[in-house]
Design a protein around this ligand. Structure first.
Ligand SMILES: *[C@@H]1O[C@H](CO)[C@@H](O)[C@H](O)[C@H]1NC(C)=O
Ligand SMILES: *[C@@H]1O[C@H](CO)[C@@H](O)[C@H](O)[C@H]1NC(C)=O
Ligand SMILES: *[C@@H]1O[C@H](CO)[C@@H](O)[C@H](O)[C@H]1NC(C)=O
Ligand SMILES: *[C@@H]1O[C@H](CO)[C@@H](O)[C@H](O)[C@H]1NC(C)=O
Ligand SMILES: *[C@@H]1O[C@H](CO)[C@@H](O)[C@H](O)[C@H]1NC(C)=O
Ligand SMILES: *[C@@H]1O[C@H](CO)[C@@H](O)[C@H](O)[C@H]1NC(C)=O
Ligand SMILES: *[C@@H]1O[C@H](CO)[C@@H](O)[C@H](O)[C@H]1NC(C)=O
Ligand SMILES: *[C@@H]1O[C@H](CO)[C@@H](O)[C@H](O)[C@H]1NC(C)=O
Ligand SMILES: *[C@@H]1O[C@H](CO)[C@@H](O)[C@H](O)[C@H]1NC(C)=O
Ligand SMILES: *[C@@H]1O[C@H](CO)[C@@H](O)[C@H](O)[C@H]1NC(C)=O
Ligand SMILES: *[C@@H]1O[C@H](CO)[C@@H](O)[C@H](O)[C@H]1NC(C)=O
Length: 821
């Protein structure tokens, strides 16, 4: 019995010992934040910063089999699957076996040894200048994501020999610099990855131009396609990108001394996790991590339009802003490398399906006619040629000719590839003829022998006949369904594209355009009038689209425009709404031909719009944030009762929201500051826009256009209308002052009580801090007279925002003059 317990005790102790030693090893390798002289990293080993924000080790991107030494976010909040990589050491020289590769200190440098123990990456510090004794060199991963190589374990003489902040890859972390070294005349660049799975240097990079104290984004380090504008030290902002400061996320600073010039930034609120990246899309992007969605939230990117990125789609590729994919090959061309295209690396461009063959006549060529807003670079002008026909035949006969164009300046020949093509050819500056093998062009005149022709002809005939019968049946059924369903309440009609095409007379009567697409007037066979919205760039799949549409269709309220039906055929997505005979309130407020809406109507519009928004925000099954409240989106029915249009569309168009926003240029005067600040958007963003719109309802003029020289301020700055309202409400004491704010067309005919109330409500709605803004239901109650309203405080940042936008001459706060249905 005693024997037995002894054995048990020994086993227990052994187990305990094994457990102890095991846990010792684990804690050693996972908790380490340094690499010292006799240590190395290999396989799955990592080092972690003291506060666990960052981790360094081997990683691979996506499905690629290459491994890299990199640093990624290790913060508890930020997901590690997939890792968000912030820095890469050996971006050009991957390894395939991470277990036989190692990262260690050799001769005072941190080096990466590959499978055969050759150095493939090194910090490259001149060992003579530092202490070459490996024993006193140490690598530390700091909490801010800086990897530093230090000489001297001894605290009294620490020297940073090298730091990763001086060698950023595609991520610019707070505290790091983008610099120009005046002594060596070298620039530190932020360079995009080659593709989403390949951290090797891509074609797009951000650099500092020390002369202009500005950032530039360049293609292949040569062709510049974006600039921030020079740094304005007084206001601490970039002249062409003032929103970079105005969002109050990043505190930029510019330093220029004898040795170097650089930009760096810190976070105004250090608890926000944020990063700035040069993306594979060729755009500079700023993101913050949102706890609520557990995702990185893109809140700023430049250039705004994808197709403004120079040569984004490569040679013979064409960029299309509306609708995915952005890049497509010209007709007769296909991607040089499909796998690369699939990983968003379009730099390889497109190649002819049939190569140009020199000296042989068997292949026939024709010209593909494309138009372009700019002349693609690198043409050579052949002056010797006189006419259009000569220009064409020169290109046809010369096998090195890729394309030609002929205009007033003569004949231009491209022996080089065609770069920087875009589908958006609204200006049609130039027509280019691209040489393509005849067989790769869609052709209508093919007669390859009588027999084949006859056979094909008869088959075609039968097919056509069957097609016709089928078409007629479908037509008949659709018409029946159409007639059968228009009367059904609470369900949407699914329209056939052809019918809408007919109803709108080939989309001829345009009512307006907006962020999501154009609207056309149409008349259905039952002679009811509708507004048909052609959606642009819907990224959702068919099923999801139908789900979203039926959600929108189920929302019915007297202050919301009713969706009657939709059409979804391939890429054509249309929505059919009730037609509003009196147009939008914007059309009346801001145009001379509009109705002069009397005070009572205006007050009812403010109240009705608030009711519609309350319904969207609080009464629907899923809360809907409208995101685009503006005078163009509040329509008037026959009785001048307001109906909010375009709700639910932001979600429908989907994708990342910021992209939608960039296309909603006309809307920016109504955007709440948090849209630029990287925090999650709530219903309070609509409250802000509602406030801005209400002020315009009062004044009858766009806030951005209305300004008044302020007498009190010595700098003579113009005063933004919402600021005037706040000043008069809070500082003014005469009722006359308030009446001055009223639209002059009303001749002072308004209820002073209601006017004051509306001014106060609007002023509460446009507070900087969303916590300070009322909920839409409170607005409704105040306007209904159920609740009282206190005096609002002055919105703080409004004036600063406005001044800087004006100073910078940026089209950011102005609206395009558009009218909507
Ligand atoms: C590494 O070297 C230090 C002193 O240089 C020593 O204390 C430590 O035990 C060594 N570690 C290993 C794992 O050899
Ligand atoms: C990785 O490959 C699998 C199968 O080949 C594929 O389904 C998946 O989408 C790929 N993932 C990425 C990120 O490309
Ligand atoms: C390691 O790197 C050296 C030098 O770059 C190269 O010659 C060798 O092939 C590499 N070894 C492996 C296994 O890739
Ligand atoms: C490294 O040091 C040597 C001698 O001290 C010098 O000749 C060489 O130019 C240095 N190299 C670099 C890259 O600084
Ligand atoms: C630190 O360095 C000083 C001189 O550089 C030396 O006297 C001292 O002994 C060192 N301390 C330790 C703990 O190594
Ligand atoms: C980028 O520039 C280098 C030389 O500066 C050139 O060799 C390379 O072909 C260029 N890349 C492209 C895609 O044009
Ligand atoms: C912004 O950065 C500068 C320079 O680093 C610093 O002096 C200043 O205090 C920062 N401002 C704020 C509000 O954090
Ligand atoms: C410039 O570099 C020199 C030598 O590296 C250094 O001594 C000096 O402090 C630097 N000056 C500034 C302003 O950083
Ligand atoms: C490239 O195309 C964009 C958009 O079409 C245009 O704005 C830009 O000027 C073009 N760049 C060059 C160098 O032609
Ligand atoms: C194309 O034109 C650009 C400037 O527009 C020039 O820098 C580049 O070298 C040219 N490339 C070729 C292949 O001629
Ligand atoms: C073809 O074009 C190239 C470059 O424009 C020129 O050098 C060559 O002489 C031309 N060949 C013929 C046959 O015209």
């Amino acid at each position: 019995m005693q024997m037995l317990s002894l054995v048990t005790n020994i086993t227990l102790m052994a187990v305990l010992l094994i457990f102890l030693s095991f846990s010792l090893i684990v804690s050693l390798s996972s908790g380490a934040h340094t690499i010292t002289g006799n240590q190395s990293i290999s396989g799955d080993e990592t080092i972690t910063s003291k506060d666990e924000s960052f981790q360094l080790g081997f990683f691979k991107a996506g499905n690629s089999s290459n491994y890299y030494i990199g640093m990624w976010y290790n913060n508890k909040k930020v997901s590690r699957d997939p890792q968000t990589v912030a820095w890469v050491a050996n971006r050009q020289t991957p390894v395939s076996d991470r277990f036989s590769s190692q990262l260690k200190i050799v001769g005072g440098n941190l080096v990466l040894l590959n499978e055969s123990q050759s150095i493939i990456w090194s910090t490259g510090v001149n060992s003579s200048s530092s202490n070459s004794d490996s024993a006193t060199t140490v690598v530390i991963l700091l909490d801010d994501g800086n990897l530093v190589l230090r000489s001297g374990l001894n605290n009294s003489d620490i020297i940073n020999i090298w730091q990763s902040f001086d060698f950023p890859t595609h991520t610019w972390l707070p505290g790091a610099k983008i610099s120009y070294d005046k002594r060596t005349r070298t620039k530190k660049l932020l360079t995009s990855w080659k593709s989403t799975e390949d951290p090797a240097e891509g074609l797009f990079s951000l650099e500092l131009d020390p002369v202009g104290a500005q950032y530039l984004i360049k293609w292949n380090k040569t062709t510049q396609y974006w600039t921030s504008g020079s740094w304005n030290e007084k206001d601490k902002l970039f002249t062409l990108a003032p929103e970079m400061r105005l969002n109050y996320i990043y505190n930029f600073s510019y330093v220029s001394n004898k040795n170097e010039s650089y930009f760096t930034y810190s976070m105004y609120n250090p608890s926000i996790i944020s990063r700035s990246i040069m993306d594979v899309s060729g755009q500079m992007k700023q993101l913050t991590f949102l706890d609520t969605t557990q995702q990185w939230n893109l809140f700023w990117s430049q250039p705004r339009q994808q197709c403004d990125v120079y040569d984004y789609c490569g040679a013979f590729g064409s960029c299309r802003e509306s609708g995915l994919p952005f890049c497509n090959c010209l007709t007769g061309f296909s991607p040089r490398s499909q796998p690369e295209w699939d990983l968003s690396d379009f730099s390889g461009g497109c190649v002819r399906k049939t190569d140009l063959q020199c000296g042989r006549t068997s292949e026939k060529y024709e010209f593909l006619r494309i138009s372009s807003n700019n002349k693609p670079p690198n043409s050579s002008t052949s002056l010797a040629v006189g006419t259009y026909g000569e220009c064409e035949s020169y290109c046809l006969s010369n096998c090195s000719c890729n394309a030609y164009s002929y205009d007033n300046n003569g004949c231009s020949i491209w022996d080089t590839q065609l770069l920087n093509l875009s589908d958006d050819n609204s200006n049609k500056i130039i027509t280019i003829n691209v040489k393509v093998a005849s067989k790769d062009l869609p052709s209508d005149k093919k007669d390859n022998g009588v027999i084949i022709g006859a056979v094909v002809g008869s088959i075609l005939g039968v097919v056509l006949l069957m097609g016709l019968i089928w078409f007629l049946i479908i037509r008949w059924r659709n018409n029946r369904r159409f007639i059968g369903q228009t009367g059904v309440e609470g369900s949407l009609v699914s329209f056939v594209y052809r019918d809408l095409h007919t109803a709108t007379k080939n989309f001829s009567e345009k009512l307006g355009g907006g962020g999501f697409g154009s609207v056309f007037k149409g008349t259905l066979p039952d002679s009811s009038v509708v507004a048909v919205k052609k959606l642009e760039s819907v990224s959702q799949g068919e099923k999801q689209f139908r789900t979203e549409v039926s959600t929108i269709g189920s929302i019915q309220h007297m202050n919301l425009v009713r969706l009657r039906g939709f059409c979804s055929e391939g890429t054509s997505k249309l929505l059919v709404y009730d037609y509003m005979p009196n147009g939008s309130i914007g059309a009346h407020l801001f145009s001379k031909d509009g109705l002069v809406l009397d005070w009572k109507t205006r007050y009812q519009i403010a109240l009705g719009t608030a009711r519609g928004l309350v319904y969207l925000h609080e009464k629907c099954r899923d809360c809907i944030i409208h995101c685009d409240i503006k005078p163009e989106n509040v329509l008037l029915d026959a009785d001048l009762s307001p109906k909010v249009a375009d709700f639910g569309l932001a979600k429908l168009v989907g994708r990342d929201f910021s992209r939608v926003l960039t296309t909603m240029r006309g809307t920016r005067g109504y955007l709440a500051p948090e849209w630029l600040s990287g925090v999650a958007i709530t219903t309070k963003a609509d409250v802000y826009s509602y406030g801005m719109m209400t002020l315009e309802l009062i004044s009858g003029t766009r806030n951005s256009e209305q300004q008044q020289q302020s007498e009190s301020e010595e700098d003579g700055r113009k005063k933004f209308f919402p600021m005037q309202v706040a000043d008069i409400l809070i500082d003014g004491n005469k009722d006359d002052d308030i009446l001055k704010l009223l639209d002059p067309r009303l001749n002072g005919e308004a209820s002073l009580k209601e006017l004051t109330k509306l001014c106060k409500v609007a002023c509460w709605c446009i507070q900087d801090d969303e916590e300070d803004r009322p909920a839409m239901s409170q607005v409704e109650q105040i306007l209904d007279g159920v609740l009282d309203v206190n005096m609002p405080p002055k919105p703080r940042s409004l004036q600063l925002f406005y001044d800087n936008i004006n100073d910078a001459h940026v089209v950011f706060y102005t609206e395009e003059s558009s009218t909507s249905s």
